[in-house]
Ligand binder design. Sequence first.
Ligand SMILES: Nc1ncnc2c1ncn2[C@@H]1O[C@H](COP(=O)(O)OP(=O)(O)O)[C@@H](O)[C@H]1O
Ligand SMILES: [Mg+2]
Length: 344
Amino acid sequence: MSDDYLLKVEDLTISLDVDNASFSIVEGVNLTIKAGRVFALVGESGSGKTIVSLSILRLLGKGVSITGGKILFKDDQAQTIDIVKLNSKGKPIQAIRAAQIGMIFQEPMSSFSPVHTIGNQIEEVIHLHLDLDKKQARQKCIEMLGKVGIVNPERAIDQYPFEFSGGMRQRAMIARAMICNPKLLIADEPTTALDVTIQAQILKLMKDLQNELNMANLFISHNIGVIAQIADDVAIMYMGKIVEQGPVRDILRNPRHPYTKGLLRAIPHLADIGRSRRLEPIAGSVPNLYERPNGCPFAARCSEFIENICDRDFPKSTEIATDHTVFCHHVERDQNQQNLVVNI
Ligand SMILES: Nc1ncnc2c1ncn2[C@@H]1O[C@H](COP(=O)(O)OP(=O)(O)O)[C@@H](O)[C@H]1O
Ligand SMILES: [Mg+2]
Protein backbone atom coordinates (compact mmCIF):
# COMPACT_ATOMS: atom_id res chain seq x y z
CA MET A 1 0.00 0.00 0.00
CA SER A 2 1.42 3.37 -0.96
CA ASP A 3 2.25 5.92 1.68
CA ASP A 4 0.14 8.84 0.44
CA TYR A 5 -2.35 8.57 3.27
CA LEU A 6 -4.17 11.22 5.26
CA LEU A 7 -5.19 8.98 8.14
CA LYS A 8 -3.75 5.57 8.85
CA VAL A 9 -5.09 3.33 11.61
CA GLU A 10 -2.61 0.62 12.54
CA ASP A 11 -3.41 -2.45 14.58
CA LEU A 12 -5.97 -0.56 16.65
CA THR A 13 -7.40 -2.30 19.69
CA ILE A 14 -10.13 -0.78 21.83
CA SER A 15 -11.18 -2.30 25.12
CA LEU A 16 -14.13 -2.04 27.43
CA ASP A 17 -13.76 -2.32 31.18
CA VAL A 18 -16.58 -4.15 32.92
CA ASP A 19 -16.18 -4.63 36.66
CA ASN A 20 -12.63 -5.94 36.92
CA ALA A 21 -12.42 -7.45 33.48
CA SER A 22 -11.36 -5.92 30.18
CA PHE A 23 -12.74 -7.05 26.79
CA SER A 24 -11.43 -5.98 23.43
CA ILE A 25 -14.40 -4.73 21.44
CA VAL A 26 -12.31 -3.67 18.44
CA GLU A 27 -9.21 -5.69 17.61
CA GLY A 28 -6.28 -5.31 15.21
CA VAL A 29 -8.00 -2.83 12.91
CA ASN A 30 -5.99 -1.39 10.00
CA LEU A 31 -7.41 1.32 7.74
CA THR A 32 -5.77 3.66 5.26
CA ILE A 33 -7.70 6.76 4.23
CA LYS A 34 -6.19 8.67 1.34
CA ALA A 35 -6.55 12.42 0.86
CA GLY A 36 -9.67 13.35 -1.10
CA ARG A 37 -11.09 9.80 -1.15
CA VAL A 38 -14.18 8.24 0.38
CA PHE A 39 -13.49 5.27 2.63
CA ALA A 40 -16.56 3.31 3.68
CA LEU A 41 -16.60 1.26 6.88
CA VAL A 42 -19.45 -1.23 6.66
CA GLY A 43 -20.85 -3.81 9.06
CA GLU A 44 -23.99 -4.82 10.89
CA SER A 45 -25.09 -2.88 13.92
CA GLY A 46 -22.90 -3.62 16.94
CA SER A 47 -19.77 -4.45 14.94
CA GLY A 48 -17.77 -1.55 16.42
CA LYS A 49 -17.96 1.09 13.68
CA THR A 50 -18.97 3.99 15.93
CA ILE A 51 -16.32 3.04 18.49
CA VAL A 52 -13.64 3.22 15.78
CA SER A 53 -14.83 6.62 14.58
CA LEU A 54 -15.03 8.06 18.09
CA SER A 55 -11.53 6.80 18.85
CA ILE A 56 -10.16 8.82 15.92
CA LEU A 57 -11.37 12.00 17.65
CA ARG A 58 -10.54 10.62 21.12
CA LEU A 59 -14.17 10.89 22.15
CA LEU A 60 -14.59 7.40 23.62
CA GLY A 61 -16.84 7.29 26.64
CA LYS A 62 -16.02 6.20 30.15
CA GLY A 63 -14.71 2.66 30.49
CA VAL A 64 -13.82 2.42 26.80
CA SER A 65 -10.18 2.99 25.90
CA ILE A 66 -7.58 2.48 23.21
CA THR A 67 -5.33 -0.33 24.39
CA GLY A 68 -3.13 -0.81 21.36
CA GLY A 69 -2.10 0.52 17.98
CA LYS A 70 -1.67 3.87 16.29
CA ILE A 71 -3.87 6.44 14.59
CA LEU A 72 -1.56 8.43 12.33
CA PHE A 73 -2.91 11.71 10.97
CA LYS A 74 -1.14 14.13 8.65
CA ASP A 75 -2.12 17.51 10.04
CA ASP A 76 -2.38 20.84 8.23
CA GLN A 77 1.33 21.48 8.75
CA ALA A 78 2.14 18.14 7.08
CA GLN A 79 3.29 16.74 10.42
CA THR A 80 2.35 13.18 11.24
CA ILE A 81 0.61 12.96 14.60
CA ASP A 82 -0.20 9.76 16.44
CA ILE A 83 -3.63 10.63 17.83
CA VAL A 84 -3.41 7.71 20.29
CA LYS A 85 -0.56 9.48 22.07
CA LEU A 86 -2.49 12.72 22.61
CA ASN A 87 -4.24 13.62 25.84
CA SER A 88 -7.96 13.29 25.08
CA LYS A 89 -8.65 16.59 26.89
CA GLY A 90 -5.59 18.48 25.66
CA LYS A 91 -5.20 21.37 23.22
CA PRO A 92 -3.67 19.37 20.31
CA ILE A 93 -6.69 17.07 19.90
CA GLN A 94 -9.07 20.01 20.33
CA ALA A 95 -7.26 21.76 17.50
CA ILE A 96 -7.83 18.72 15.30
CA ARG A 97 -11.52 18.19 16.16
CA ALA A 98 -13.86 20.12 13.89
CA ALA A 99 -11.03 22.16 12.37
CA GLN A 100 -9.16 19.32 10.64
CA ILE A 101 -11.45 16.34 11.17
CA GLY A 102 -15.17 17.11 11.08
CA MET A 103 -17.75 14.66 12.35
CA ILE A 104 -21.39 13.95 11.71
CA PHE A 105 -22.74 11.82 14.53
CA GLN A 106 -25.15 8.95 14.29
CA GLU A 107 -28.04 10.47 16.24
CA PRO A 108 -29.29 13.54 14.39
CA MET A 109 -31.67 14.54 17.19
CA SER A 110 -29.08 14.66 19.92
CA SER A 111 -26.44 16.33 17.79
CA PHE A 112 -27.97 19.79 17.98
CA SER A 113 -29.00 21.36 21.24
CA PRO A 114 -32.75 22.07 21.13
CA VAL A 115 -32.43 25.41 22.96
CA HIS A 116 -30.04 27.25 20.61
CA THR A 117 -30.57 28.34 17.04
CA ILE A 118 -28.91 26.43 14.22
CA GLY A 119 -26.87 29.54 13.44
CA ASN A 120 -25.59 29.90 16.99
CA GLN A 121 -24.47 26.31 17.02
CA ILE A 122 -22.57 26.59 13.77
CA GLU A 123 -21.06 29.98 14.67
CA GLU A 124 -19.83 28.47 17.94
CA VAL A 125 -17.55 26.19 15.90
CA ILE A 126 -16.36 29.14 13.81
CA HIS A 127 -15.43 31.16 16.92
CA LEU A 128 -13.49 28.22 18.36
CA HIS A 129 -11.37 27.63 15.28
CA LEU A 130 -11.42 30.54 12.86
CA ASP A 131 -10.35 34.11 13.26
CA LEU A 132 -13.56 35.83 12.14
CA ASP A 133 -15.64 38.56 13.76
CA LYS A 134 -19.35 38.15 14.50
CA LYS A 135 -20.55 39.57 11.23
CA GLN A 136 -18.13 37.54 9.15
CA ALA A 137 -19.01 34.39 11.06
CA ARG A 138 -22.71 34.93 10.41
CA GLN A 139 -22.02 35.52 6.72
CA LYS A 140 -19.91 32.35 6.48
CA CYS A 141 -22.64 30.39 8.23
CA ILE A 142 -25.31 31.63 5.79
CA GLU A 143 -23.08 30.73 2.85
CA MET A 144 -22.50 27.24 4.19
CA LEU A 145 -26.20 26.64 4.86
CA GLY A 146 -26.88 27.64 1.28
CA LYS A 147 -24.13 25.35 0.03
CA VAL A 148 -25.68 22.31 1.71
CA GLY A 149 -28.97 23.03 -0.02
CA ILE A 150 -30.98 24.79 2.68
CA VAL A 151 -33.39 27.17 0.98
CA ASN A 152 -33.56 30.67 2.37
CA PRO A 153 -30.49 30.32 4.61
CA GLU A 154 -30.88 33.93 5.84
CA ARG A 155 -34.06 32.84 7.59
CA ALA A 156 -32.94 29.29 8.49
CA ILE A 157 -29.91 30.56 10.43
CA ASP A 158 -32.18 31.95 13.17
CA GLN A 159 -34.40 28.89 13.42
CA TYR A 160 -34.28 26.16 16.05
CA PRO A 161 -33.56 22.49 15.28
CA PHE A 162 -37.19 21.47 15.93
CA GLU A 163 -38.30 23.79 13.14
CA PHE A 164 -36.23 21.76 10.65
CA SER A 165 -37.27 18.50 8.99
CA GLY A 166 -34.98 15.48 9.47
CA GLY A 167 -33.36 16.01 6.08
CA MET A 168 -32.77 19.72 6.74
CA ARG A 169 -31.31 18.97 10.14
CA GLN A 170 -28.90 16.55 8.54
CA ARG A 171 -27.94 19.19 5.98
CA ALA A 172 -27.30 21.61 8.85
CA MET A 173 -25.16 18.96 10.57
CA ILE A 174 -23.10 18.64 7.41
CA ALA A 175 -22.75 22.43 7.29
CA ARG A 176 -21.50 22.47 10.87
CA ALA A 177 -19.08 19.57 10.29
CA MET A 178 -17.64 21.26 7.21
CA ILE A 179 -17.59 24.89 8.29
CA CYS A 180 -13.84 24.88 8.96
CA ASN A 181 -13.10 23.05 5.72
CA PRO A 182 -11.63 19.93 7.37
CA LYS A 183 -9.37 17.59 5.43
CA LEU A 184 -11.37 14.62 6.69
CA LEU A 185 -15.07 14.29 7.39
CA ILE A 186 -16.26 11.35 9.47
CA ALA A 187 -19.91 10.61 8.76
CA ASP A 188 -21.39 7.98 11.07
CA GLU A 189 -24.54 6.55 9.44
CA PRO A 190 -25.48 10.01 8.12
CA THR A 191 -28.55 8.77 6.29
CA THR A 192 -29.78 5.91 8.45
CA ALA A 193 -32.40 7.94 10.31
CA LEU A 194 -33.84 9.43 7.11
CA ASP A 195 -36.40 8.06 4.68
CA VAL A 196 -35.22 6.68 1.39
CA THR A 197 -35.71 9.66 -0.94
CA ILE A 198 -34.04 12.02 1.53
CA GLN A 199 -31.21 9.49 1.99
CA ALA A 200 -30.45 9.64 -1.72
CA GLN A 201 -30.40 13.46 -1.65
CA ILE A 202 -28.04 13.57 1.33
CA LEU A 203 -25.71 11.01 -0.25
CA LYS A 204 -25.60 13.07 -3.44
CA LEU A 205 -24.92 16.23 -1.45
CA MET A 206 -22.06 14.59 0.41
CA LYS A 207 -20.56 13.25 -2.81
CA ASP A 208 -20.83 16.67 -4.52
CA LEU A 209 -19.28 18.51 -1.58
CA GLN A 210 -16.52 15.96 -1.27
CA ASN A 211 -15.64 16.37 -4.96
CA GLU A 212 -15.83 20.14 -4.82
CA LEU A 213 -13.75 20.55 -1.66
CA ASN A 214 -11.45 17.57 -2.28
CA MET A 215 -12.07 16.38 1.25
CA ALA A 216 -11.53 12.80 2.44
CA ASN A 217 -14.48 11.05 4.00
CA LEU A 218 -14.78 8.15 6.42
CA PHE A 219 -18.31 7.05 5.63
CA ILE A 220 -19.85 4.61 8.08
CA SER A 221 -22.88 2.52 7.24
CA HIS A 222 -24.59 -0.75 8.11
CA ASN A 223 -25.92 -0.79 4.54
CA ILE A 224 -23.52 -2.12 1.93
CA GLY A 225 -26.08 -1.07 -0.70
CA VAL A 226 -25.09 2.60 -0.50
CA ILE A 227 -21.35 2.18 -0.98
CA ALA A 228 -21.47 1.86 -4.78
CA GLN A 229 -22.81 5.41 -4.87
CA ILE A 230 -20.25 7.00 -2.63
CA ALA A 231 -17.13 4.99 -1.78
CA ASP A 232 -13.71 4.59 -3.35
CA ASP A 233 -12.42 2.11 -0.78
CA VAL A 234 -14.33 -0.20 1.56
CA ALA A 235 -13.63 -2.12 4.76
CA ILE A 236 -16.08 -4.74 6.01
CA MET A 237 -16.19 -5.10 9.78
CA TYR A 238 -17.57 -7.97 11.80
CA MET A 239 -17.47 -8.24 15.60
CA GLY A 240 -14.76 -5.64 16.03
CA LYS A 241 -12.52 -6.96 13.26
CA ILE A 242 -11.99 -6.10 9.63
CA VAL A 243 -12.71 -9.23 7.56
CA GLU A 244 -12.22 -7.84 4.05
CA GLN A 245 -11.14 -4.57 2.50
CA GLY A 246 -10.28 -3.14 -0.87
CA PRO A 247 -11.25 -0.80 -3.68
CA VAL A 248 -15.04 -0.59 -4.04
CA ARG A 249 -15.06 -2.28 -7.48
CA ASP A 250 -13.20 -5.31 -6.18
CA ILE A 251 -15.49 -5.62 -3.18
CA LEU A 252 -18.62 -5.42 -5.32
CA ARG A 253 -17.41 -7.55 -8.24
CA ASN A 254 -15.24 -10.04 -6.48
CA PRO A 255 -16.25 -10.28 -2.82
CA ARG A 256 -14.35 -13.14 -1.22
CA HIS A 257 -15.27 -13.24 2.44
CA PRO A 258 -18.48 -15.24 3.06
CA TYR A 259 -19.73 -12.35 5.24
CA THR A 260 -19.22 -9.79 2.46
CA LYS A 261 -20.94 -12.14 0.01
CA GLY A 262 -23.82 -12.51 2.46
CA LEU A 263 -24.18 -8.75 2.90
CA LEU A 264 -24.29 -8.29 -0.86
CA ARG A 265 -26.88 -11.03 -1.34
CA ALA A 266 -29.08 -9.35 1.26
CA ILE A 267 -29.50 -6.07 -0.61
CA PRO A 268 -32.23 -5.47 -3.14
CA HIS A 269 -31.04 -4.62 -6.65
CA LEU A 270 -32.94 -2.02 -8.58
CA ALA A 271 -33.19 -4.43 -11.51
CA ASP A 272 -34.92 -6.98 -9.31
CA ILE A 273 -37.72 -4.79 -8.05
CA GLY A 274 -41.01 -6.30 -9.14
CA ARG A 275 -39.38 -9.62 -9.99
CA SER A 276 -39.40 -12.61 -7.76
CA ARG A 277 -35.75 -12.68 -6.70
CA ARG A 278 -35.70 -13.55 -3.03
CA LEU A 279 -33.42 -11.60 -0.76
CA GLU A 280 -31.29 -13.80 1.40
CA PRO A 281 -30.68 -12.47 4.87
CA ILE A 282 -27.58 -13.85 6.58
CA ALA A 283 -28.65 -16.63 8.93
CA GLY A 284 -28.20 -16.07 12.65
CA SER A 285 -27.40 -12.84 14.40
CA VAL A 286 -24.25 -11.06 15.53
CA PRO A 287 -23.10 -12.69 18.78
CA ASN A 288 -22.31 -10.55 21.77
CA LEU A 289 -18.98 -8.81 21.22
CA TYR A 290 -17.72 -9.96 24.59
CA GLU A 291 -18.06 -13.53 23.38
CA ARG A 292 -15.81 -13.23 20.36
CA PRO A 293 -14.52 -16.74 19.63
CA ASN A 294 -10.84 -17.57 19.11
CA GLY A 295 -11.15 -18.40 15.45
CA CYS A 296 -12.88 -16.47 12.72
CA PRO A 297 -15.60 -14.34 14.34
CA PHE A 298 -18.02 -15.22 11.53
CA ALA A 299 -17.51 -18.99 11.92
CA ALA A 300 -20.77 -19.61 13.78
CA ARG A 301 -22.86 -18.15 10.95
CA CYS A 302 -20.73 -19.17 8.00
CA SER A 303 -22.09 -21.61 5.42
CA GLU A 304 -18.52 -22.49 4.41
CA PHE A 305 -17.39 -23.27 7.96
CA ILE A 306 -14.69 -25.96 8.32
CA GLU A 307 -14.40 -27.56 11.74
CA ASN A 308 -11.03 -27.41 13.49
CA ILE A 309 -9.83 -24.70 11.12
CA CYS A 310 -12.27 -21.79 11.17
CA ASP A 311 -12.94 -22.14 14.89
CA ARG A 312 -9.28 -22.32 15.86
CA ASP A 313 -7.35 -19.20 14.82
CA PHE A 314 -8.21 -15.88 13.31
CA PRO A 315 -7.24 -16.19 9.63
CA LYS A 316 -4.19 -14.36 8.30
CA SER A 317 -4.52 -11.48 5.88
CA THR A 318 -4.46 -12.67 2.26
CA GLU A 319 -3.89 -10.09 -0.48
CA ILE A 320 -5.82 -11.36 -3.50
CA ALA A 321 -5.30 -8.26 -5.68
CA THR A 322 -3.62 -4.90 -5.21
CA ASP A 323 -4.92 -3.45 -1.94
CA HIS A 324 -7.69 -6.10 -1.74
CA THR A 325 -7.21 -8.17 1.40
CA VAL A 326 -9.37 -10.87 2.94
CA PHE A 327 -9.22 -12.61 6.30
CA CYS A 328 -10.70 -16.05 5.59
CA HIS A 329 -9.23 -19.55 5.90
CA HIS A 330 -10.77 -20.60 2.57
CA VAL A 331 -9.20 -17.71 0.73
CA GLU A 332 -5.89 -18.31 2.49
CA ARG A 333 -5.95 -21.97 1.45
CA ASP A 334 -6.91 -21.23 -2.17
CA GLN A 335 -4.12 -18.69 -2.40
CA ASN A 336 -1.56 -21.12 -0.95
CA GLN A 337 -2.64 -23.77 -3.45
CA GLN A 338 -2.36 -21.31 -6.31
CA ASN A 339 1.10 -20.30 -5.19
CA LEU A 340 2.09 -23.99 -5.05
CA VAL A 341 0.93 -24.49 -8.61
CA VAL A 342 2.83 -21.43 -9.76
CA ASN A 343 6.01 -22.60 -8.02
CA ILE A 344 5.96 -26.14 -9.46
N1 LIG B 1 -19.91 2.54 26.63
C1 LIG B 1 -20.13 1.25 26.34
N2 LIG B 1 -20.47 0.39 27.30
C2 LIG B 1 -20.68 -0.90 27.02
N3 LIG B 1 -20.57 -1.44 25.81
C3 LIG B 1 -20.23 -0.64 24.81
C4 LIG B 1 -20.00 0.75 25.02
N4 LIG B 1 -19.71 1.29 23.84
C5 LIG B 1 -19.76 0.28 22.95
N5 LIG B 1 -20.07 -0.87 23.53
C6 LIG B 1 -20.15 -2.19 22.86
O1 LIG B 1 -19.48 -2.12 21.64
C7 LIG B 1 -20.32 -2.59 20.61
C8 LIG B 1 -19.99 -1.87 19.32
O2 LIG B 1 -20.55 -0.63 19.37
P1 LIG B 1 -20.64 0.38 18.17
O3 LIG B 1 -19.28 0.89 17.83
O4 LIG B 1 -21.65 1.37 18.58
O5 LIG B 1 -21.18 -0.51 16.95
P2 LIG B 1 -21.79 -0.03 15.57
O6 LIG B 1 -21.55 1.44 15.43
O7 LIG B 1 -21.08 -0.84 14.54
O8 LIG B 1 -23.24 -0.35 15.61
C9 LIG B 1 -21.74 -2.40 21.11
O9 LIG B 1 -22.61 -3.35 20.60
C10 LIG B 1 -21.57 -2.60 22.59
O10 LIG B 1 -21.68 -3.97 22.89
MG1 LIG C 1 -22.86 2.95 15.19
